[in-house]
Design a protein around this ligand. Sequence first.
Ligand SMILES: Cc1ncc(COP(=O)(O)O)c(C=O)c1O
Length: 437
Amino acid sequence: MSKENLSPAWAAAFDIAIDHGEGSYLYDTAGKRYLDFTSGIGVTNTGHAHPRIVKAIQDQAAKLIHGQIGVGKAQCVLDLTDELMTVLPKQLDMFHFGNSGAEAVEAAVKLAKQVTGRTNIIAFEGSFHGRTHMTMAMTKSKTSYSVKYQPLPSGVFSNPYAHCYHCPISKRTMSDQARAELSASCPDDGGACCGWPLEQLHFLLKTQSAPSETAAIVVEPLLGEGGYVAPPASFLRGLREICDHYGILLVFDEIQTGFGRTGKWFAMEHYDVLPDVVIMAKGLASGMPISGIAANHKVMGSWSPGSHGGTYAPNVVCAAAGVETIRVMRDEKIVENAAARGAQLRKGLLDLKKEFGQIGDVRGLGCMIGTEFVKPDGSPDAATMNKVNQYCTEHNLLMLTCGTYGNVIRWIPPLVVTEQQIDESLKIFAAALDSVA
Ligand SMILES: Cc1ncc(COP(=O)(O)O)c(C=O)c1O
């Protein structure tokens, strides 16, 4: 089969004839080695083909490949819930599994609607929640995800995210430098957020979606596709207060931020905010397709039997990979490594920002960092970013981009990345910046 037989619908950031992967590296069929800082869109947190996870997959596949949950509960599924309970807040102790991130978002929305008896969902500008019809309706990062797919489900409302670097209030009142410092310092802002996004939310609840009709507020605790934005703590704490006040469920989409990506098991830990529902996928099983939602017994336990499910999920081979992923991450202190390497990366990028004015902002947490490219007047500079990224690709460093204006490079190395690999990536990036200066 040639490439011509594959649908053009997939975005093609690169065109590599992938052969295999090992740790932080991908290899093409000619044996060329790439430092893979895409992590397969933030999935391969334990690196490519971790031997223990490969073995767990092989062992489970030899025993049973499809163990339909309605027929029986395989031990590896029960083990997965046990392992998840060791890394999640103890209140989130009931689970439902799916196959993909979007499916898990759908599940969280269905749960919230049924449990609250309310119809509406509030999402945020810049958010990405998936590509099914409901998750497209909730995705507000770019129109390219929804163009020509309208009409989308109704009952979805959107509110501004706390994006300090682009906040209209701080843009009017602060210098570029001060905004960048505020953005980089999140979430330890000590209350520095101007409070505008929360004011807007109160307004939205007055003007568009009555609290009595609002089932859930769904939010990424660190905005991913929308530009890698860590909000000030007061934003997420404010959402918690509003949800408590009106009986709305607070749902954290930790699909990209979970499983060590931000230097903690889950991003919510940076903020000390407990959601009612957390959504997980990506890093959960090192690349095997499984997703899940976790909630407390009161919320999840009210879901009527038979009202949600599917043929495959949770696939038992994927569940076994999830169990081993969590054990490997704990045994090899991968979350701690993500925090240390993230700090190294962040420092290196902030140093480069001082030297190269094209970088307007460096922000994020752990190994989830964005570098935003701007023109001298502060407007988005996707052209320069593309040239820089092209140089990196030509020098075998693979990175993805994001942001509404496509001007942010996302730094999401595998969480097993070494100190030397981070240094190497910074050297390539510095040379790329030099080449466009
Ligand atoms: C925050 C977030 N939510 C949802 C999704 C959708 O996940 P999937 O592509 O597995 O459906 C993604 C994928 O990038 C994501 O980053």
